[in-house]
Ligand binder design. Structure first.
Ligand SMILES: [Zn+2]
Length: 290
């Protein structure tokens, strides 16, 4: 055999090995559950672990180049602290801590729901390492559910970077996630990232499979079912566009829980800065009732 032929065969075998042996259903998205973790900026690695210290790799993560470090830190809020929070590498421009809502309540902190990397005006937290501690004024967030994908996946699903979709997960406690942000990059591998609270709510374990549904598709499916069920012309499903909010205070949690894109509030309703922030991130508008 000549060299060229050998290379061709090796290439084909490697290609085969790279392919998933399980045939995934159409529009399937593998789900990964992200436990609480910390991303550190270089200076903070040295403060927490000592001068000249560098993170060491424990295991590779599914997204290329990302790794779980051997190192952990303690994170502390006004109410309590959580030990052994895993650090993810490599180092980043700004330190960021991602926790679940449950963690936040335990710590006594109020982090906003954010996309990773968007930490402007987020919550403060203290990190404690073996050699020192760091208090950051911002950087603590609850991560917004998102799907990493390569451009080819985006084309296949008919979605764009930055778009919000719904993901349905079947199971004993079937659940659907709304406002899931699409993140497209050449280096990304198809995978949805949710936090432990979201996973627990739907009995979802590492590697579960979700189904990507575009909001437009969901309506189509609903009307198709309605026509097959009713012989008469079905009454169109009335999906309210605006949510009538009647409480005195609109919080960030309210904004993320409300599925409608427009939130209508009373004249006297107080809107927290975090709520405005969250609305902006989720592409929702808050308007006053006339
Ligand atoms: Zn992610």
């Amino acid at each position: 055999m000549n060299q060229q032929l050998i290379e061709q065969i090796v290439g084909e075998i490697l290609g085969q090995l790279g392919k998933s042996p399980v045939q995934l259903p159409e529009r399937a998205v593998p789900i990964a559950v992200s436990a609480r973790h910390v991303h550190l900026q270089p200076e903070h690695v040295e403060v927490l672990f000592g001068a000249g210290y560098e993170l060491t790799q424990r295991s590779e993560l599914s997204q290329p180049g990302q790794f779980a470090a051997n190192e952990t830190v303690m994170i502390a809020g006004p109410k309590s602290s959580i030990e052994r929070v895993r650090i993810l590498g490599p180092v980043r421009k700004a330190t960021q801590v991602e926790v679940s809502f449950t963690d936040a309540m335990k710590l006594g902190v109020k982090p906003p729901l954010r996309e990773s990397g968007n930490i402007e005006g987020s919550a403060p937290i203290t990190l404690i390492g073996p050699k020192g501690s760091v208090h950051i004024d911002q950087g603590l967030i609850i991560a917004q559910a998102h799907i990493h994908m390569a451009p080819a996946d985006a084309t296949r699903f008919g979605v764009e970077d930055g778009e919000y979709v719904t993901v349905e997960a079947d199971g004993v406690r079937a659940i659907s996630f709304r406002n899931v942000r699409i993140r497209v990059n050449e280096r990304y591998r198809l995978e949805m990232h949710i936090d432990t609270d979201e996973a627990n709510a739907g009995f979802i374990t590492q590697g579960s499979i979700g189904r990507l549904v575009k909001s437009g598709d969901a309506k189509e499916v609903a009307s198709v079912q309605a026509t097959t069920e009713a012989v008469k012309a079905p009454t169109p499903v009335n999906v309210p566009e605006a949510y009538e909010f009647t409480k005195k205070l609109l919080s960030a949690e309210d904004v993320s829980e409300i599925s409608e894109k427009e939130i209508v509030i009373n004249k006297g309703t107080i809107v927290t800065a975090l709520a405005r922030d969250t609305a902006r991130e989720l592409g929702k508008t808050i308007s006053s009732r006339k």
